[in-house]
Design a protein. Structure first.
Length: 406
């Protein structure tokens, strides 16, 4: 709306703007009340929460200045015009609210592209510096060997640099539209012909591809490091969700419970069933620390009761939509879920303990990293030392037995 018509009745857009501001204020108060100040400012979503607070502060300053301008009784003045310009700047900053859409899973690819662009800015900046140095050196050469009257495109170092940049990226054309490379070749002969081919191959094939390769490598490494960091930050939350869901299924409150699960639950002791009776109230707890503590408490009941999960029971769980959603949220690869039980069943005993199931699912999160490969190498090395020690003991025992026998 036009702030210059400040004495008119507020328009519908103004009223709508006030309503949106009130809604955002209510949202902030609701989050603080629901999650608590500690979880709001120090929890997993602390950065997004701080971003929301900054956006709300910008909106409040914007509305405050707008109300002050509208309610002022003075005529149009230079200070008032400055206030209007300041309001326009604050309203332009409101576009930052669009960043909030990247919080949703459906915009995950957009988030990756934006973060990848920012992570590659340093490599891109050095690429620009390298390209400018080369164009500057070639610009000086072309300015020195060219006649400004015949080729005005190289009349100065600045125009030479811009002309060379156009030749490398867009099209090597003169001001009148004629082929510039052919005109210069006619002036300098075979020397320019060979130099032109070498420089074009160096820049277009060598430098540009090198810049692209370094940029992509930098972005890819940054994405992998960011992914591993996110997996580490969400590890406790995912482990808590696994434990809660397993205790929920064991307590026979799965939405797809059938006779097989009912028989499985019968293996629980009466004391364990009694202790698990209050497990369903954990879903109402929003404090993550308290929720994690309750999940560990109920999960320890299953560990103490030495509960084991068979293949049939695990396959039933894989048919449950809630269990699959938790696995997908934790980024566990479920493309071949038929082999998931065999992957987790390390000792091939046909059964999984509750602790073995949670530990295995946590190890399956995300892509294979360097740490996973190094861990396997160190474990194999440790097993190799154990086998070598056993072999030495057997050989020593055999030698002692032979000496005693003969």
């Amino acid at each position: 709306y036009d702030l210059k018509n400040k004495h008119e009745t507020p328009s519908q857009l103004e009223v709508l703007e006030y309503c949106f501001f009130a809604f955002y204020c209510f949202e902030l108060v609701f989050k603080l009340r629901f999650a608590g100040c500690n979880e709001f400012f120090n929890g997993y979503d602390r950065l997004w929460n701080l971003f929301d607070v900054v956006c709300l502060l910008i909106s409040s300053v914007d509305l405050s200045i707008a109300i002050a301008v509208v309610t002022s009784k003075e005529g149009e003045s230079e200070s008032e015009q400055d206030s209007i310009n300041l309001i326009k700047m604050f309203r332009l900053a409101r576009l930052a609210r669009l960043v909030r859409v990247m919080r949703f899973k459906m915009f995950a690819e957009l988030k990756l592209m934006v973060l990848g662009l920012f992570s590659g800015l340093r490599a891109l900046a050095w690429a620009i510096v390298l390209l400018l140095v080369l164009i500057y050196a070639l610009g000086i050469v072309m300015r020195s060997i060219s006649n400004p009257d015949e080729t005005p495109e190289f009349s100065s170092v600045g125009s030479s640099m811009f002309t060379l940049f156009r030749c490398f990226t867009d099209g090597c054309a003169a001001y009148d539209g004629s082929p510039l490379a052919e005109r210069v070749r006619m002036q300098h002969g075979i020397l320019f012909f060979g130099s032109y081919i070498l420089v074009m191959m160096l820049i277009s094939v060598g430098i540009f591809n090198l810049i692209m390769a370094v940029f992509i490598d930098n972005v890819t490494k940054s994405q992998q490091q960011r992914k591993q960091k996110e997996l580490g930050e969400s590890a406790q939350m995912c482990e808590t969700e696994f434990k809660l869901l397993i205790t929920k299924f064991v307590a026979n409150r799965s939405p797809k419970s059938d006779q097989g699960l009912a028989n499985f639950v019968e293996n629980l002791s009466k004391s364990a069933k009694k202790k698990l009776a209050g497990q369903t109230e954990i879903g109402l707890v929003r404090d993550r620390a308290l929720k994690r503590e309750l999940a560990n408490t109920y999960f320890k009941i299953l560990q103490d009761d030495e509960l084991t999960i068979t293949r049939d029971v695990f396959q039933m769980w894989l048919e449950d939509r809630e269990f699959m959603d938790v696995l997908e949220e934790a980024e566990v690869d479920i493309s071949n879920k038929a082999d998931l039980f065999d992957i987790l069943d390390v000792d091939m005993g046909g059964e999984l303990s509750a602790d073995e199931l949670v530990t295995g699912l946590m190890k399956l999160r995300g892509d294979v990293s360097k740490g996973d490969i190094v861990a396997i190498m160190l474990q194999v090395r440790h097993l190799t030392h154990i086998v070598e020690d056993m072999s030495n003991l057997i050989e020593a025992g055999g030698a002692t037995f032979d000496s005693a026998l003969f």
